[in-house]
Design a protein around this ligand. Sequence first.
Ligand SMILES: [Zn+2]
Length: 131
Amino acid sequence: MEVEGRKSADDFESKVFVCIHPTEPLPFKLDGEEEDDLEIEGGKINLNCPISGQPMVDPYINLKCKHVYDKTHIKEYLRGLRECPICGIQMQFSDLRPDPLTKKRIIFNTRDLELEEIRKKTIDNNEVDKL
Ligand SMILES: [Zn+2]
């Protein structure tokens, strides 16, 4: 029971963290989870699919190596090669699971980008008013 309580507390903390910092690695380890092993560029987590280079829509994690890809693209990729496109480990579609944490990162990151867009537009409009 105690373990379950801790696990849901970790889960809650990680949700709150990604809500505020959608592209930053978790600063703590999740119980029983490997280190967040997403591709990190300049300290930020890459939310693009490693196969297509496009922003992920439906992130799936490989339970064997913890790499994350977009479901559509990894499904297509596995028709040809039965290996991880990043590290080359042998895999099949049944090794993949939906990745809810990455999904949340994507949702919150999209929100941040939209807010940034609105902020820029607001500033632009103010500049125009001044002229
Ligand atoms: Zn891999």
